[in-house]
Write a protein that binds this ligand. Sequence first.
Ligand SMILES: Nc1ncnc2c1ncn2[C@@H]1O[C@H](COP(=O)(O)OP(=O)(O)OP(=O)(O)O)[C@@H](O)[C@H]1O
Length: 227
Amino acid sequence: MNDILAVAGLKRSFTQGGVTIDVLRGIDLAVARGEIVALLGPSGSGKSTLLQAVGLLEGGFEGSIRILDEEAAQLSGDERTRLRRDALGFVYQFHHLLPDFNATENVMLPQMVRDVADAVARTRAADLLTSLGLGHRLDHRPSQLSGGEQQRVAVARALANRPALVLADEPTGNLDERTADIVIDEFIRLVREEGSSALVATHNERLAARMDRVVRLSEGVLVEVAV
Ligand SMILES: Nc1ncnc2c1ncn2[C@@H]1O[C@H](COP(=O)(O)OP(=O)(O)OP(=O)(O)O)[C@@H](O)[C@H]1O
C-alpha cells in the first residue's frame, strides 16, 4: 500500500442561521508516497475545510480518511493526536512561529514534544534551516526575519519530525510573487529531499503547476487538472 493519504466520500456541511452549506460533497483523493499534490480552488471552495479534516483537526465529517493505512474515524482522540504528531506536518499562510523563541528553537519545539533529545533536535533544526538558506539566521527571532525567512522557518518546523505528509494551506499567501516562487521551490525541494509527501492548498495556478499533480475543488468535489 503506497498511498500516504486516502480520502473517500468525504462530506462536510456547515449550518448557520438555519442555512446549511454543503462545502465538501464527496471528496475522493489519494496522495502517494513522495507525491506533491496541489489543491486548487477559489476562495470559499473548501480547501481549508478539507485540509483541516485531513489534518485530524476537526471532526464533523462523513466518509473515510486513511493516513498511513489508519482510519481516522476509528481512532480515539489520543490516537488521533499521536497520528497527527507522528505522520503530519503543517504550514499555514501565517507562520505562527513563537515570538519569544529564535528560529532554531521554533524548529526544535515539535521535536521536544516527541521527546527527541535536546542536542539531536538542535542539530536537526540547524540542518534544516541551513538547507533552506537560513544558516546565518539561526539565532534570530521571528520579528528579526523577513516574511520569506519566517515562512522558511515554518517549513523547517513542519518537516522537523520527518512527517510522511505535509499539509500546507496557502503557504505563500502572504508573500510577494518573487518571494513566493522562491519559498515554494525551496519547499518542493526539501519535501523531495526528505522523502516526504505534500498536499498544498493554493489559489495560485502558476505555483500549482510546479507540483506533481493538480486537483481542483469545485462545487464540493475534486476534479483532476492537466498541467
Ligand atoms: N466553522 C464554520 N462554520 C460555518 N461555515 C464555515 C465554517 N468553516 C468554513 N465555513 C464555510 O465553508 C466554506 C469553505 O471555507 P474554507 O475556508 O474551507 O474555503 P477555502 O477554499 O479555504 O477559502 P480561502 O481560499 O478563502 O481560504 C465557506 O463558505 C465558509 O464560510
